[in-house]
Design a protein around this ligand. Sequence first.
Ligand SMILES: [Zn+2]
Length: 65
Amino acid sequence: MVDVLIEEKDFMCPCCGTIISMLLELGHGGQRYVEDCEICCSPITISYQVDDVGLSDFLVKPAQQ
Ligand SMILES: [Zn+2]
């Protein structure tokens, strides 16, 4: 089975405070990447782990430039 689960996650942008939602891939045991906020266009570092029960350790913070 190589199905990749997708979960929609709502979170608050650490730069502008707007609630934004993003689709997360849960199939790789966790990821870390930089995504631009769709409202204020600031780069945000998104990191999370995926374990047996699903998404865990979800963290967002302003990306260092
Ligand atoms: Zn923002």
